[in-house]
Write a protein that binds this ligand. Structure first.
Ligand code: GAL
Length: 660
């Protein structure tokens, strides 16, 4: 079954509305509702006093209506009484400002009182609903990602550092070494002197900042694990997860987190309304699938339509929501869940789109939702099936954190831009793309792209060497491997740990000014960044044509063992990058499974072991195309011959094995 439904918040409504909700859910074929995400003050109205009557009634009602429940623990929004009783658990910013309640996420996850209260309420819920027939899954918390710089955080940070470097004096010496505290006389003589990177006079230490990011990912993970384990003990067999937000400012190392959840679930809100939305969906979907080790994953939240929020409006044209929902499924999701079922009448997000808008059920949006619900019902056979990729891009949260640590490198250097450009190049060439951590198993891929992976350990680099030696093709781009795990530079020329693999030695950075373009002899150009490098043991593929680096190598290629490795020392324009990726795909012998029908028509072939395969065709373009292959189209519910027309904004999900 493909899960269809969304966040359901009955505490915002009255009885007649609850009755209408179940009728409308039935009409729209909703089979799943996420309940209780922010309901702490309703479940525990005062410390230690629990009220489950409304939640009991909600689960009963949903169960009778055939709707399964993903039950949330409400710990992302502590009640006001909690903040008054435990003011030390309120979060503190880097500048020392203590925040107060009145929104959500007003807690420090390192504060013992918060951690205890969170596990307590999660335990109560698990005890209450163990064995309830509506309970299908647990949704712990909401979008973990709140950091804090308070004294509790400082103490927890020190413990985490002691674990990493060793608690005794040699550990502190190692920390001093790793953070390079000899610079600006920052040497720590006692563990108590070590603080979070709070607001300070001038630039913060980037290695300290990097470790602080790692610490928070791990501290939040332990907060999740506390709740997960309490729940698992009481409801064995019910999967436990949390919803990952794929944000611009990442807080979690999702590789670690992916291993801690029973199924990866993401919230995703593309910021673009044109076909760029597909690029964002494809990237998020490929990352979610990879985080879930190739297994089907869940979209826990997406928007039902245009949303109007304080941070901007994101339009969705009519019909787009179905196409987007199918795009996630094409990339391996087994759900289309939305935030939220019914648009709130009040509160911070009252103009966020919902499955049932303020205008009610007699609306285009609800009709589209009903349409999606029916489509997903027709497609249920695809659930559980998986996809195979020949290409992978290295994705690294530490590199993201370190590259964007303020003022170390130019502000325009955005890690995700580099990954996006490479992912788009692979997708445009008609290939599915996985993501892998830098030290992950590369052996199953024919081409691996190392996109500006700034932090690279010796071990990870060694695995990359081996991969190429064994016949893999690899593209490595600018700024990769410049620092090791601690954030300190590898000496002797960048990228120290990859120099011998790539056969290059980068002597000097040449950052380009915003808008500055450097043409290359072979066509196309670079921007943002360039490097003075020597090809010590590599062929020069292209050179800079003008500027300070005129005549110097820009792109190199080295054959090594049975494989080969390219190095790109600038941010290539899209056209040139796409060309290079296509060359590398050809060298690696990777052919698209399905021919591309143009840049805005996306197709993916998805397979399972027993049942056959399903071809997804998604037309994000403005013109009609004709499908090259026929089969049974689950959306049209009929056999379609090759050559059938797919209009703009239309989709087809074609079962390849027509015999079934
Ligand atoms: C999500 C969050 C939801 C809601 C939504 C609005 O990130 O989990 O609670 O705020 O954003 O887009």
């Amino acid at each position: 079954m493909l899960l269809f439904g969304g966040d359901y918040n009955p505490e915002q409504w009255d009885e007649p509305t609850w009755a209408e909700d179940v009728a409308l859910m039935h009409e729209a074929r909703v089979n799943t509702a996420t309940v209780g995400v922010f309901s702490w003050s309703w479940i525990e109205p005062s410390e230690g006093r629990y009220r489950f009557d409304w939640l009991d009634a909600t689960l009963e009602r949903l169960h009778r209506a055939g709707v399964s429940v993903i039950l949330a623990t409400p710990t992302a929004s502590p009640p006001p009484w909690f903040s008054l009783a435990h003011p030390d658990a309120l979060p503190v910013r880097a500048d020392g400002t203590r925040l107060v309640h009145g929104s959500r996420d007003t807690y420090c996850a390192a504060a013992p009182s918060y951690r205890q209260a969170a596990v307590r309420v999660a335990t109560k819920l698990a005890e209450r609903y163990a064995g309830h027939p509506a309970l299908a899954m647990w949704h712990v918390h909401n979008e973990y990602g709140t950091r804090c710089w308070c004294d509790h955080a400082a103490a927890a940070f020190r413990s985490w550092l002691q674990q990493r470097y060793g608690a005794a004096q040699p550990g502190l010496d190692e920390l001093n070494q790793a953070w390079g505290t000899a610079f600006w006389g920052q040497r720590y003589g006692d563990w108590e002197e070590v603080l979070p990177p709070r607001a300070t006079q001038w630039l913060a230490n980037p290695s300290q900042t990097l470790d602080f990011q790692r610490f928070w990912s791990s501290e939040l993970l332990s907060a999740y694990v506390d709740q997960r384990d309490a729940i698992r003990a009481r409801t064995p067999g019910i999967p436990v997860t949390t919803n990952f937000m794929l944000p611009d400012d990442p807080v979690l190392d999702l590789w670690e987190w992916g291993r801690a959840v029973d199924v990866v679930a993401i919230d995703h809100y593309p910021s673009s309304r044109d076909s760029g939305a597909y690029d964002q969906i494809a990237l998020a979907g490929d990352l979610a699938r990879s985080l879930n080790q190739g297994r089907p994953w869940l979209v826990m939240e997406q928007a039902a339509s245009t949303t109007v929020e304080d941070h901007g409006t994101v339009h969705r044209p009519p019909g787009r929501t179905l196409l987007d929902a199918l795009a996630y499924i094409a990339h391996g999701s087994d759900s289309a869940l939305f935030f939220q079922w019914r648009a709130s009448r009040a509160g911070a997000e009252m103009f966020h789109s919902a499955m049932v808008p303020h205008a009610g059920a007699d609306t285009r949006i609800f009709r589209e939702m009903t349409n999606i619900g029916h489509a997903l019902e027709e497609m249920s056979e695809v659930s559980g099936s998986t996809l195979d990729a020949d290409v992978a891009i290295v994705f690294d949260f530490a590199s993201w954190w370190a590259l964007e640590a303020r003022r170390v490198l130019p502000a325009q250097m955005r890690y995700l831009d580099s990954v996006r450009a490479d992912h788009r190049a692979v997708t445009l060439a008609g290939h599915l793309c996985d993501f892998v951590p830098p030290d992950g198993d590369l052996s199953r891929y024919k081409l691996v792209i190392v996109s500006s992976t700034y932090v690279l350990s010796g071990d990870a680099a060694q695995k990359m060497h081996q991969y190429v030696q064994d016949g893999g093709c690899m593209i490595v781009s600018y700024l990769s491997g410049v620092v090791g795990s601690s954030g300190a530079v590898g000496l002797g020329g960048y990228p120290a740990v990859l120099r011998s693999l790539l056969g290059v030695r980068v002597e000097e950075f040449h950052p380009l000014s915003p808008g500055q373009i450097v043409p290359l002899f072979g066509g196309g150009s670079g921007s943002l960044w360039s490097e003075r490098l020597t090809a010590t043991d590599a062929d020069i593929v292209d050179r800079y044509a003008t500027g300070d680096l005129a005549g110097n190598p820009a792109i190199t290629r080295r054959s090594a063992g049975k494989g080969c490795a390219w190095y790109i020392s600038t941010r290539l324009c899209d056209e040139r990058n796409e060309l290079l990726v296509r060359d590398a795909l050809a060298a690696a012998g990777v052919r698209p499974v399905v021919a591309k029908l143009g840049p805005a028509v996306h197709s993916l072939l998805r397979r399972d072991g027993a049942g056959g395969s399903w071809q997804f065709w998604l037309n994000y373009g403005a013109t009609s195309v004709r499908l090259p292959a026929g089969g049974y189209d689950l959306l049209r519910r009929r056999l379609v011959p090759p050559g059938v027309e797919l209009g703009p904004g239309e989709a087809a999900v074609v079962r390849q094995d027509a015999a079934r």
